[in-house]
Design a binder for this molecule. Sequence first.
Ligand code: GTP
Ligand code: MG
Length: 248
Amino acid sequence: MRGEQKMENAIRNYEDVDSWKTVIFLYNSALKEVGTKLEILNDEFQHVHQYNPIEHIKTRIKTPESIVKKLKRYGFETSIENMVRHINDIAGVRLICSFTSDIYRLAEMIGNQSDLRVLSIKDYIKNPKESGYKSYHMLVSVPIYLSDSVVDTKVEIQIRTIAMDFWASLEHKIYYKFEGRAPEFISQDLQECAQMVAELDDKMLSLNEAIQACLADEPDPGVVEAVAENIIGNARDQKTLQILRKAE
Ligand code: GTP
Ligand code: MG
């Protein structure tokens, strides 16, 4: 009988195969499932609203080195079981959007997917981190259908704007460069940049809203064409009248 199971049990079922390879296979499958799902949602949105909420999608599997490092940081022994239980971002998807409003639109669409289970949400846009980090995080679990079982697999989805992503990638580089102990003036400058990013995002959003409002006010192109034809037609009639009058 086909039953849902946790990753820990799925590993035990594969005793004859290297369990590291098994978990990585499951996380890769989960990335494919979630990636395809998001592409479909984006395409559907384009189809209905002629607009793409996702600028681009990045997926990645955490490297063995960072998995081990994180387990140590959390105070757990290095084991496959601890890794699948305690590390939530082994499979990660990053969605980059143009506007903050797209982030919440996407989060809602993801929440509405009946085959995805939302395990937790962290809104670092409403509550930015001390560093200035902003992003919307969703931890979801996706069922992976194998030949004789279904395994629920965790995927961390990070949703952010292009500007937030720009900031986060620079901050990440600096953080690694200084191993978390960056000089005060650098941290200060980064926080200022975070503020500028927030202002830029707000401004771009209101600019886009203004553009949309202008487009909505504009008359239908079909109507414009008909009016133009009418004017040209009128002008032609006037000219004909003038010629006829002259001929009289
Ligand atoms: P870890 O921070 O990964 O140990 O787990 P957590 O449970 O604290 O999750 P959190 O949601 O805080 O962070 C998960 C991921 O978000 C990280 O692995 C990073 O990719 C990203 N992130 C969180 N905070 C920052 C930050 O201050 N700067 C940058 N650049 N990225 C961050
Ligand atoms: Mg963290």
